[in-house]
Each structure stands twice: as structure tokens, then as C-alpha cells.
Design a protein around this ligand. Structure first.
Ligand code: G6P
Length: 607
């Protein structure tokens, strides 16, 4: 979603800003722009579409200046055109913005009545016009910005520069994150530390409500009540380098190939390889005293959470709920006094998941978050975190972070089972053994990808695809359908296999591929019966199963993808991989922008 970067230094700002925007591309965007001060005047270059268009505009008409702000825009209010691209501004002030100004219509009416002339339909321009009016009324930039922030409603982060002030950037965080970078004779500001990583390792994070005044040499922080506050400078571990595609064509392809290593890294961290004992951190709450677990997340992370719920209930015997974060808090769910809130998020910034976290905290839950970005807002607001250590995930559609989330959840479920005495040490050792088999089997799937590529050719012809699964593999069916939709734009739905006869079976005809995630295990026979029902209606049955399962379904399967044998407990993690690979190969055949599918954002910082 929208990305912000700001630079004040001694050299040319625009090239640094453009580089920073490249590092924010992964968040998803559809237009981009930069503003600098040239001889004290605000100058802008903006372009619709990808950054290459902005780079072209800059090479045709370079932007001088040692101060600049830049933006990648994921359209919310107004189409993704050059006119609506950020920075927005007047002759006095330029603004970049991530989030939504909810009271923009009311502010706009008020400002227009006072003579401010708008040039776009965006909510962002109301910020520029509001600050502009305060400046015209004689306020200095810092006072004008602070007066404007007090009028804005919504969840947003902003960065502003001012004509005639070549040493001043003002930033604010109200619901969307901002990181501040400390350089040598230079200061930076960005939506995340990743954007700033090549510029500096010294990072301070704003707390929610904060605003910051940057000069070339300093940062002054203020809280929501305009009181000066101190924010600690930390050394980030992110490097400027860890962001290439290596020898792969796409980030998604590279990240798919990282599954074995990432799952292995998580297991290595969470399971002692010699004793096979679980290694969980000391939590600031006792696992055995938790009465109920409430899981919330969005997108693929939610499907990981659904699988986690299955493991927590069936292995640890603890009551667990799971809900998409955008719905969760609006039900005002009552939560147990000894409840644990469990959030799952790759970015740690997803607005709805963050809001769910805050709701949980407001209802006295201990909060544990499973995160890939340990320097994220959710990390800062949680009582404890478990890291998925998957490394930066750049492809918009989550891949390796998903299997890393599943792996962490699997180990956590075993840890809670141990704490509650729900499983014996011998049972836990057998289940950890099953997990430890995943990396090697994942590598086999990645190496032997020919059947998946062949299947992709069939799926690429389909208009609609149905995915079926049961138990812990139902969320993997959901993940398969989501990945196919988002990367290849083919309509896909996932159903719990037993639900087929309650509606979706009406859709089945010869043109409809029905993909079953059906590893051998306690639920296999039930899934097989549901597939018989689909086959009887002419559906093209495609089976993802092990050799034994595939043999049993041989008569009805139009195609079979054989997955290495695996214990049913570990199967969801392993089966997620071919399901994601299928989506990738279909997308390649369809020629879509697989790393940045249309309309999607990686870090969804609006509700
Ligand atoms: C977006 C991404 C998904 C991701 C979801 C949740 O929709 O495109 O891949 O699963 O956000 O993101 P999070 O960072 O919270 O895991």
C-alpha cells in the first residue's frame, strides 16, 4: 500500500528518494511522485503506473534540491492518475500521505468556503490546503502542521515540506507507521525501515500519535498532545542488499524456492535438533493458565490462523476462535479474562489486524503476535512475539511467510499441548519428527515441478476453479483459491469438502476443475466420497495427495499431483507449497504481473 519516503541531506535528494521508492514498491502501488525544493520553490514530478514512468519523467526533467519527499500511491480516493498522484500541494506546502483522512469531505467544504482552490479529488489535498490556509494566516510551518494534524480524522501517516524551508520535513503517524533514519549530515523518514536500509541503520520509530520535525542534523519528536518526547534510536538488522531476485524471474518464484530454508530455519530455532524438545521463549504469561485463544489476521495470514486453530483445538485441547481482523472487533466479542489474543501477520502493519490487536488489549487479553517484521507496529504493541524469520517477502502474494507462519503455529500448538499436559513427550517427539521432515520434502516438490507446470496449462484455460479440503487442509484449499485469484485473476472458491453438496455442487460441469487437497489421514475417506459426488456430475477432479491417496482416487482423477508422504499433522505446511506453485505457474501462463498483481497491496495499512 502507499509508501512514503523523505530525505534532507547535502547531496541531491531526488535520486535517493527514487531509490527509496523502489524499496517500497513491494507494498503495491499504481502511481508515484516526488517533490523537492528547487531554490526554495516546490517542484514535483509524478507519473501514473510503475516507477519506471516516474524515472523517465525525472530523466526528461530532473529535479534538483537537497530535500525531497516521495510516494508510491495505492489509490483509495480518486483514480490512479498522474493528477491524483502524490505529492499534493500548493505553492507553500507539499504533502505525501498513507492512509485515509476520514473527514476530508467536511474539511474540503470548509476550506473551499474560505477560498482554497482544490485541483484534485483526493483526501490528501485537504491536508495540503488546510496547512496552506494556516500558513496564509501567518502561522510558521511547525505551528501550521500541528494545527492541521489536530483537525484530521482517520488513520494516516504524512510527510510535509514547505517552500522556503530547505531544512524542514514534518512527519506524523496516526494509525499508519513512520520510521525515522539518522544519517551523517542527513535525516530520513520512511514508511518502514526497509526503505531506509541502504541509507542508515540508525532508526527511531514514531509511536502512534507522534509527529516529528526533521532538520538535516536532528529529529524533534512530539506526542499527540504536542509534548516533546524522546524516541529511542535502534540499530536495524535490515541490510540494503537483501532484496534482489537472485537468478529468478520473479520475487514470487524466488520466495517459493525459499520454502525449505525458511521452514527449516523456523524449526531449527524452535526445536532442539538433538533432543527434539521444543524451544519456546519465556512468555510474560503462563501458557498453562490460558483459558481460550482468539486468533485474528487477514488474507493468507488468516488461513494460517485457521490451521493454527485446528491444531490448538485438536492437539492442545484448548478452545480457540479465529476471525478475519476486519470483522472481528465489530462484533465486540466478549473475551475470557485469562484469554490470549493471537495475531498473525507478515508485515506487522496490516491496519485491521493492528486494530484487532488493540481491541484485544482493551479487553485485557495477553497478546502474542506471529510476525515476519520484528520492527513493526504490532511487534511494538504485543506482549510477546514469535518471529517467522522468513526474511523480506517482496512478492505481494504471500508465499514463504505463509508456510513460516504455519510452522510457528504448529510448534506453538505443541508447546501449549505440552504446557497443558494434553500430549505426552513421546507424542510431541513424534509430531516434531513429522515437522522436521518438511524441508527435505518441500525441496523435492520444488525440484519435481513438471506435473504442476503441466496442470497449470489446464487451469489457465478455466474460468472458475473450485478447491476442496477438510480439517487442517481446508485452509490450504482457501489459500489455493486466494493465490489463484490474486495472481492469475481466475475466479476460484474454496469449500470445506463436506459443504460441496450444500450448494457449490450446482456449479459443477465438465468445464469446472475441482482441486482437492487430500493427503492420506483420518479425513481422507470423507474427502474421497465428496470427490466421488463431484466426479459423478462430470467435474474435472484434480487430486493433490500422496501415492496411496492418489491410487485410491485414480479412477476419478483427471490429474494427480503426487506429494511426498507426510504425517497428517504436518501435511498442511507441505501441501501449501504445490498449491502456491500452481498459482504461480498459471499466472505466468496468463501473463499477469505476478509480483504486483493489479489492485493489490502487500502492506494493507487502511481499514
Ligand atoms: C495483503 C497481502 C496478503 C497478506 C495480507 C495480510 O492482502 O497481499 O498476501 O496475506 O495482506 O498481510 P499481513 O502482512 O498482515 O500478513
Amino acid at each position: 500500500m502507499c509508501g512514503i519516503i523523505g530525505v534532507i541531506g547535502t547531496g541531491q535528494a531526488a535520486p535517493l528518494v527514487l531509490d527509496g521508492l523502489r524499496r517500497l514498491e513491494y507494498r503495491g502501488y499504481d502511481s508515484a511522485g516526488i517533490a523537492t525544493l528547487v531554490n526554495g520553490h516546490i517542484e514535483r514530478r509524478r507519473a501514473e503506473g510503475k516507477l519506471v514512468n516516474l524515472a523517465d519523467a525525472l530523466s526528461q526533467k530532473p529535479l534538483a534540491g537537497t530535500i525531497g519527499i516521495g510516494h508510491t500511491r495505492w489509490a483509495t480516493h480518486g483514480a490512479p492518475t498522474e493528477v491524483n498522484a502524490h505529492p499534493h500541494g500548493t505553492a507553500r506546502v507539499a504533502v505525501v500521505h498513507n492512509g485515509i483522512i476520514e473527514n476530508h469531505a467536511e474539511l474540503r467544504a470548509e476550506l473551499e468556503a474560505k477560498g482554497q482552490v482544490f485541483t484534485t479529488e483526493t483526501d490528501t489535498e485537504t491536508v495540503a490546503q488546510l496547512v496552506d490556509l494556516f500558513l496564509q494566516n501567518g502561522l510558521e510551518p511547525i505551528a501550521a502542521a500541528s494545527a492541521a494534524f489536530a483537525r484530521l480524522e482517520g488513520a494516516y501517516a504524512l510527510a510535509l515540506i514547505f517552500a522556503g524551508h530547505p531544512e524542514l520535513i514534518i512527519g506524523v503517524q496516526r494509525g499508519a507507521p513512520l520510521a525515522i533514519g539518522f544519517g551523517e549530515e542527513a535525516m530520513y523518514l520512511g514508511s518502514d525501515a526497509m526503505a531506509l536500509a541502504p541509507l542508515t541503520r540508525r532508526i527511531a520509530y514514531l509511536e502512534d500519535g507522534d509527529w516529528v520535525v526533521l532538520s538535516r542534523q536532528s529529529a524533534a519528536f512530539f506526542n499527540r498532545d504536542d509534548q516533546p518526547v524522546k524516541r529511542e534510536i535502534k540499530l536495524t538488522n535490515l541490510t540494503g542488499a537483501a532484496i534482489g531476485k537472485g537468478n529468478f524471474r520473479h520475487f514470487m518464484e524466488k520466495e517459493l524456492h525459499e520454502h525449505p530454508v525458511v521452514i527449516g530455519d523456523v524449526l531449527h530455532k524452535m526445536i532442539d535438533q538433538s533432543s527434539k524438545m521444543l524451544v519456546l521463549p519465556e512468555f510474560p504469561f503462563a501458557l498453562e493458565s490460558i483459558s481460550r485463544i482468539t486468533i485474528s489476521a487477514c488474507g493468507s495470514a488468516f488461513y494460517a490462523g485457521l490451521t493454527g486453530r485446528f491444531w490448538l483445538e485438536s492437539l492442545a485441547g484448548i478452545a480457540a476462535d479465529a476471525d478475519v481482523a476486519s470483522e472481528f472487533r465489530y462484533r465486540a466479542p466478549p473475551l475470557d479474562a485469562n484469554g490470549l489474543g493471537l495475531l498473525v501477520s507478515q508485515s506487522g502493519e496490516t491496519a485491521d489486524t493492528l486494530a484487532a490487536l488493540r481491541y484485544m488489549k482493551s479487553r485485557s487479553q495477553k497478546v502474542l503476535s506471529i510476525l515476519n517484521v520484528p520492527e513493526s507496529s504490532m511487534a511494538r504493541e504485543s506482549d510477546a512475539i514469535l518471529e517467522t524469520i522468513a526474511g523480506p517477502e517482496i512478492g505481494v502474494a504471500s508465499t514463504k511467510a505463509f508456510t513460516a507462519q504455519l510452522t510457528v503455529l504448529a510448534v506453538l500448538a505443541l508447546g501449549i499441548a505440552r504446557a497443558r499436559g494434553a500430549l505426552t513427550d513421546t507424542q510431541i517427539a513424534a509430531l516434531t519428527d513429522a515437522l522436521l521432515e518438511i524441508p527435505a520434502k518441500a525441496a523435492q516438490i520444488l525440484i519435481n515441478d513438471a506435473p504442476i507446470r503441466a496442470l497449470a496449462a489446464r487451469i489457465a484455460e478455466a474460468r472458475d476453479v473450485l478447491y476442496l479440503g477438510r480439517g487442517a487442509c481446508f485452509p490450504i484449499a482457501l489459500e489455493g483459491a486466494l493465490k489463484l485469484k490474486e495472481t492469475s485473476y481466475i475466479h476460484a472458491e474454496a469449500y470445506a469438502a463436506g459443504e460441496l453438496k450444500h450448494g457449490p455442487i450446482a456449479l459443477i460441469d465438465k468445464a469446472m476443475p475441482v482441486i482437492a487437497i487430500a493427503p492420506s489421514g483420518p479425513l481422507f475417506e470423507k474427502t474421497a466420497s465428496n470427490l466421488q459426488e463431484a466426479a459423478a456430475r462430470g467435474g474435472q477432479i484434480i487430486v493433490f495427495s500422496d501415492a496411496a491417496g492418489a491410487a485410491k482416487l485414480e479412477k476419478i482423477a483427471a490429474e494427480t499431483i503426487i506429494i511426498p508422504d507426510i504425517d497428517p499433522f504436518a501435511a498442511p505446511i507441505l501441501y501449501a507449497i504445490p498449491v502456491q506453485m500452481l498459482a504461480y505457474h498459471v499466472a505466468i501462463l496468463k501473463g499477469t504481473d505476478v509480483d504486483q498483481p493489479r489492485n493489490l497491496a502487500k502492506s494493507v495499512t487502511v481499514e
